[in-house]
Design a protein around this ligand. Structure first.
Ligand code: PMT
Length: 397
């Protein structure tokens, strides 16, 4: 039993999906876990503590004190006791409070005191889920190292159809089991990850750049750290945040800066996964002052940047792994295979701008992994977090 003797705090909030939390509690217990439920006051409007305590064999915790005898329920003790906190369903309000540290109920104080990793399964109406504030809160929670089980699309309690319904208990269970199976599997490993775009300066106000958001690279860094690796994340300019203690983040701007930091860091690494969209060229001249508009054409000459992947490929020792990405628009496989050889990579992750939902900026990606023997593995369109997990499984089988 994967969850044998694992202590799980199951947080339940005020959503119609709270009824699914009962099945989830049962699945966790059947898999060997000891489950302590913490429910918000509005959660109790949707499912009764009696049902839940009957399933777990433990009184449900909801208030800071038991009203009749004044017993204090220690959120700090729960934080120490748990091997995992699972919040399912998590409403938009709870996500917002978690993201911003608004500790006004037992569930949020337990979350803030939590020493263990946290998995969150949001549930809400489609428009609430699509709202920029929810998107931002989920991004913040991910950056704190929390794992988010994306809601599914389908018919919602409101009778509207869209993305927002809590994922089914069996699927959440698979994430929990997966979590415990892989946890710590990369301890003692050191991994270098490059992410984001590079900016190649033209003058003090302009640059040549690209559309990389950093999402794919950050997902890789977070997944490696979650599995226990010591991660060095070298990132170009992005708006993403990282707070996982296993990640050392180094911000750079240009390809030259990324090159210098990566070459130095790689010496002590077990593996490098190069996800950054590095500019191949930079302006030959950088103007000290803003270039003024004139009637004439402005020509900017470009000179090539050093290839970080190819340089690491030359330095690579037998015990080091080097993984590259290929972002292609045509002749995808041929171009990717050439890059494996040219850069001396162990394998390459191909993503094509011809696939809907793949590549820059999206929350999703669709990849093919190609190795030096020409073997290929195709993957379905998945969230970048899931894609990161597939890539790391391939890097450290
Ligand atoms: O950041 P997101 O918005 O989430 O988007 C993710 C992504 C599309 C940027 C990512 O999945 C991806 O494909 N990254 C590589 C993009 C790229 O520049 O590919 P390339 O085919 O030009 O480069 C091949 C490999 O060489 C890459 O591993 C690249 O990091 C590396 N390279 C390229 C040029 C250079 N000067 N140095 C390098 O190390």
């Amino acid at each position: 039993m994967v969850l044998k003797d694992k202590h799980i705090v199951l947080g339940i909030t005020g959503s119609i999906a709270a009824y699914k939390a009962a099945s989830l509690a049962r699945l966790l217990i059947k898999a060997g876990a000891e489950v302590q439920i913490v429910i918000t006051p509005s959660g109790k409007e949707f499912i009764t503590p009696v049902t839940l305590s009957a399933l777990t064999g433990k009184p449900v915790v909801s208030e800071f004190f038991t009203a009749n005898d004044g017993t204090w329920h220690s959120h700090v003790d729960l934080g120490q006791w748990a091997d995992l906190m699972l919040i399912a369903p998590a409403t938009a309000a709870t996500l917002a409070k978690m993201a911003n540290g608004i500790a006004d109920n037992m569930l949020i104080t337990s979350y803030l005191s939590m020493k263990a990793p946290v998995i969150i399964a949001p549930a809400m109406d489609l428009d609430m889920f699509a709202h920029p504030s929810t998107t931002q809160n989920i991004e913040l929670l991910r950056s704190y190292g929390n794992i988010v089980v994306e809601p599914a699309a389908g018919e919602l309690a409101s009778r509207l159809t869209g993305k927002g319904r809590m994922e089914e208990p069996e699927k959440i269970m698979a994430v929990v089991e997966n979590f415990f199976t892989r946890q710590g599997s990369l301890s003692k490993k050191k991994v270098l990850i490059t992410a984001g775009p590079t900016y190649e300066r033209i003058d003090p106000v302009r640059f040549i750049g690209n559309y990389s958001s950093g999402k794919m690279g950050f997902a890789l860094a977070e997944e490696c750290a979650r599995r226990g690796a010591e991660v060095t994340l070298v990132t170009g300019p992005v708006s993403l945040k990282t707070n996982h203690p296993g990640i050392t983040r180094i911000d750079v701007e240009s390809a030259a800066e990324m090159y210098n930091v990566s070459i130095k860091a790689f010496l002590s690494m077990d593996a490098a996964i190069l996800c950054a969209a590095v500019a191949d060229f930079r302006p030959a001249e950088q103007y000290a002052e803003k270039v003024k508009r004139s009637g004439d054409m402005l020509n900017i000459s470009l000179v090539p940047n050093k290839d970080i992947a190819a340089s690491l490929g030359k330095m690579k020792k037998a015990n080091q792994l080097l993984v590259g990405f290929a972002l292609e628009t045509n002749d995808e496989e041929t171009n990717a295979l050439k890059k494996i050889i040219k850069k001396n990579l162990d394998f390459i992750v191909l993503n094509s701008l011809n696939d809907a939902g793949a590549g820059f900026k999206y929350e999703t990606n669709k990849i093919t992994i190609l190795n030096r023997n020409g073997e290929r593995k195709d993957f379905a369109l998945k969230t970048k977090k899931e894609v990161a997990s597939d890539i790391i499984d391939e890097t450290f089988p």
